[in-house]
Design a binder for this molecule. Structure first.
Ligand code: SF4
Length: 321
């Protein structure tokens, strides 16, 4: 879900927009709902600008427009509850869409902390909203690439980050990743034929990783199917980087001729929805987890062989670990 003005719609109070090329890039290939709560609340475009003064949305000409703003916010919430968007990116500082800041009601350009009416309502209802400028700053620099020599050792830390911790439960000791059933995710990584890894980097720092190997882990389905592991530092979750990592890895596996990839995920993990959007489907389950598979196979050629021209096998080398 994205503020319509960020997507280039001319819905701003002055009839213009806040078009963001980064937002448009995010929208490409994703299902996106654009919303303009002020228009949805019945206000015209162009319109007199408004700010929140003493909790009441007031137009610069003194008119009380609180009812319209709250009606638009309620409609956005209704859509969000129905569609459950994976990511909500809203225009900075708006009296409707602002996530962290808004103008103080004096029409003097003075900012105060606090959300606009729509962003506030969405967040009160448990939706994570991202400020458009913050989103653009992170997206700006995120590079998905193969790990550099020495970075494979980060998989151990990223595995810890990937452990799903339900709300109210204390995180486990970091040494948990030394347990044999977890160590198989990273021990000797690079030695197996399906040991592939991609990392996400921003500002010179690796902030996430996706990696695969054929191993007898929770998501193992057969000896031909690589299992997936994906992990992002918590502050970078929910802004589409995980989806980008997954897509890149699925495309790499496909180019390498793998017919499918699998994973196991705890049923309560928010990532289930992200995996489904990336093409994974549930094929089995136990009390706690879903086993999911993403089918990569394309129709076989007449000789019954698959053909995937691309990065493999010449470019599947990994650095020394
Ligand atoms: S209400 Fe939101 S989407 Fe509409 S113009 Fe203002 S900031 Fe943009």
């Amino acid at each position: 879900m994205v503020s319509a003005c960020l997507a280039g719609e001319n819905c701003k109070y002055n009839g213009g927009n806040n078009r963001s090329e980064k937002i448009l890039r995010l929208m490409a290939g994703n299902e996106v709902i654009t919303v303009c709560p002020e228009q949805m609340g019945g206000l015209p475009t162009p319109r007199v600008p408004s700010e929140i003064r003493d909790g009441i949305v007031t137009a610069r000409d003194g008119r009380n427009v609180d009812r319209e703003f709250r009606a638009g916010a309620a409609k956005c919430l209704e859509i969000a509850l129905r569609e459950r968007p994976e990511l909500i990116v809203l225009q900075s500082r708006s009296p409707s869409c602002g996530v962290k800041q808004r103008y103080d009601g004096t029409f003097t350009g003075t900012l105060v902390s606090g959300a606009g009416v729509t962003a506030g309502l969405l967040m009160e209802n448990g939706f994570r909203c991202i400020d458009g400028e913050d989103f653009a700053a992170v997206c700006n620099d995120v590079v998905i690439r193969k790990p550099a020599p020495g970075e494979i050792r980060l998989l151990r830390d990223f595995l810890y980050e990937a452990i799903f911790i339900p709300e109210g439960v204390d995180p486990p000791e970091r040494e948990i990743v030394e347990r044999p059933e977890l160590k198989i995710y990273y021990d000797g990584f690079g030695s197996g034929p399906a040991d592939y890894c991609l990392v996400a980097e921003t500002d010179g720092r690796v902030i996430g990783a996706v990696w695969t190997r054929i191993m007898n882990d929770y998501g193992h389905v057969d000896d031909e199917t690589p299992s997936f592991a994906i992990s992002l530092l918590s502050q970078y979750r929910g802004i589409g980087i995980g989806t980008q990592l997954m897509r890149e890895m699925l495309s790499l596996l496909k180019e390498c001729g793998y017919e499918q990839a699998s994973l196991a995920v705890q049923k309560a993990n928010y990532a289930v929805r992200m995996y489904m959007k990336a093409g994974f489907e549930i094929i089995d389950e136990n009390d706690e987890e879903f086993i999911m598979v993403c089918r990569l196979k394309e129709p076989a050629d007449p000789a019954g062989r698959l053909s995937f021209p691309g990065r493999c096998p010449q470019d599947n080398s990994l650095p020394e670990h």
